[in-house]
Write a protein that binds this ligand. Sequence first.
Ligand SMILES: C[S@@+](CC[C@H](N)C(=O)[O-])C[C@H]1O[C@@H](n2cnc3c(N)ncnc32)[C@H](O)[C@@H]1O
Length: 174
Amino acid sequence: MSPSTGAALRMLAATVDAKAVAEIGTGTGVSGIHLLHGMRPDGVLTTVDPEPEHQQFARQAFRACGFASNRARFIPGRALDVLPRLADSGYDLVFCDGDRLELLEYLAESLRLLRPGGLVVFEGVFANGRTVDSGPQPTEVIRIRELLRAVRESQELVTSLLPVGDGLLCSVRR
Ligand SMILES: C[S@@+](CC[C@H](N)C(=O)[O-])C[C@H]1O[C@@H](n2cnc3c(N)ncnc32)[C@H](O)[C@@H]1O
């Protein structure tokens, strides 16, 4: 994740005064650290990843950055198995950085999870320029294009594609 994307994530979390954030794709915790910095000091990041070793690494990274252990809730598992267990309208921001083949499903789950005025954010929507390349593209790029079309056509969302890093797609739920 680029420093500019990290800075944007901090700003977005602060903009919605985030107390509850859901993250799809814990990874090594880079995005989580930025989100935690932007959230309220009592905010809790709920982060989902099927790889326990990724979450273990992120847990250590959060601790090394000085975040108390109660600031993050690590849930092991695939997003589409875990997200249905999270509370309706219980989140201020959902950050999607998991499996690119599941983007439309992440959008649908995010709309359920977000409070009105909450933000859903997708990382990497430029796919290194392939999203706008007219040549044949892999399925994950097709899925990104479907996502872009879905947010553009949604009456429920106000959207902006920020040209930071590899493209940060941000939509506010009305
Ligand atoms: C690009 S990395 C995330 C990087 C992370 N946000 C960071 O900044 O460190 C993608 C992550 O998504 C996880 N992942 C893959 N499939 C997933 C799924 N179905 N549900 C949730 N996470 C998934 C991978 O294990 C990987 O850790």
